[in-house]
Write a protein that binds this ligand. Structure first.
Ligand SMILES: *Cc1c(COP(=O)(O)O)cnc(C)c1O
Length: 407
């Protein structure tokens, strides 16, 4: 193929896999070994010069492996494919999305720093910012989808942010934030910009195309895609990934080989899964929009010109994704009857798997936010978040329809 750049879908099948280094095995085998044998004393010395000593590997130098907390063959295959998906130089796999976020925050935020983060946001990210990072003296300032670049400057009150963090579309409201505007604010202040791209996945959104520096994922969701692993991923340019790799050596947020092996397999089907899940979600969003027992439906397929977020959505995303949020008419009681009447669709947290899941953010992921704030964010007791899976759309609609009748 020479130097021709291939599509990420093609890289996801082949990148990082070298049969000549694995006894000819076509598929990258699982290396469940915590330690690796040095071929020479010199090789052992060089390894630790780079990993603990602060030396940089030379151009094209492969220091090999020593210990699975530091690096492992299955991680490298997964990382090559993750980097390809987000069109980045390099990637890192972590043992959860939260471990990925924590590693980014610990690397880029120092006592006394100010940072900006979007709301609503994944609850674990919020508690990490308000908890550990707050205890360390970091001031985290929340902004909403309605805020312009000028509004963000006003929120900063003359302070320079060290980081601009965004999760778009937001969980669970599907509010869209403008990546180019946020990347611009970060650049003006010399801050690092970070996008949590879990919801749309690189199939529909590649934040680095819009000026974002680092892309983070809960790989537990669409990247893993089968609700059978917990992992995180960070993708970006080498100069930002290499320092995060060194911090991962220190704090041990590294993924396990088996997790990386499963993730590698999952990345091969990412595009077909997400495309079909999105088709299903678009049909479900249309069905729910017409239903008398449903009050408000948010799915990016329903955005119309003039709606908040429409222009940014058209600029930065190639598809609407498979997360649908809606309010069951009435309130908590009706919502409970609806949830308990579902036969096929499971009531559980998490998202992005092959099976459809509904959750009730009011009592689960967002229950730690004060009620008035939840309501202001558009999260009501009757709000249901649905992660649409790969079941036949007709069966999902029949299940939703029967459960809404019972609500
Ligand atoms: C699940 C999730 C996380 C946290 O990831 P874990 O793998 O559960 O640690 C972060 N961001 C978003 C948007 C998520 O959905």
């Amino acid at each position: 193929m020479g130097n021709r750049k291939v599509d990420p879908q093609t890289s996801s099948i082949s990148a990082g896999n070298d049969p000549t280094r694995q006894q000819g095995a076509l598929r990258a085998p699982l290396y469940e070994s915590s330690t690796f044998v040095f071929r020479s004393a010199e090789e052992g010395r060089r390894y630790f010069e780079v990993v603990y000593g602060g030396a940089e590997p030379g151009p094209g130098e492969d220091i090999g492996y020593s210990y699975s907390r530091l690096d492992a063959p299955n991680l490298r295959v997964a990382e090559a494919r993750l980097a390809a998906w987000e069109e980045c130089d390099d990637a890192l796999v972590f043992n959860s999305g939260t471990a990925a976020m924590a590693t980014i925050f610990l690397r880029h935020l120092r006592p006394g720093d100010v940072m900006l983060y979007s709301t609503p946001i994944y609850g674990g990210t919020a508690s990490l910012l308000r908890g550990l990072m707050g205890d360390m003296g970091v001031t985290a300032i929340a902004y909403g989808p309605e805020h312009t670049a000028d509004d963000l400057e006003r929120l900063l009150e003359g302070r320079k942010p060290a980081m601009v963090f965004v999760e778009t579309p937001a969980n669970p409201t599907n509010a869209v934030f403008d990546l180019e505007m946020l990347a611009g604010v970060a650049k003006r202040h010399g801050a690092v910009s970070v996008c949590d791209n879990t919801f749309l996945s690189p199939v529909w959104q590649r934040p680095v195309r819009h000026g974002i520096d680092l892309v983070a994922h809960s790989a537990t969701k669409y990247l893993g895609g089968h609700s059978d692993l917990t992992a995180g991923a960070v993708m970006g340019p080498s100069e930002l990934i290499q320092p995060l790799r060194k911090l991962r050596y220190q704090i041990g947020t590294t993924a396990q080989p088996w997790t990386a092996w499963l993730l590698t397999r999952s990345l091969e089907t990412l595009q077909v899964r997400v495309e079909r899940q999105t088709e299903n979600a678009t049909r479900i969003a249309a069905f729910l929009s017409d239903h008398p027992k449903v009050e408000r439906v948010s799915h990016l397929s329903l955005l119309q010109p003039g709606d908040p977020g429409y222009d940014a959505y058209k600029r930065q995303a190639a598809g609407p994704g498979a997360m649908v949020t809606f309010d069951v008419a009435g309130g908590e009681e009706e919502c409970f009857r609806f949830l308990d009447a579902l036969q096929l669709i499971r009531h559980a947290v998490s998202l992005g798997g092959t099976e459809s899941i509904v959750s009730q953010p009011w009592n689960a992921s967002h229950s730690n936010i004060p009620p008035e704030e939840r309501l202001a964010l558009g999260i009501k007791p009757g709000t249901v978040r649905m992660s649409v899976g790969l079941e036949a759309a007709g069966d999902l609609i029949a299940d939703l329809s029967a459960a809404l009748d019972a609500a």
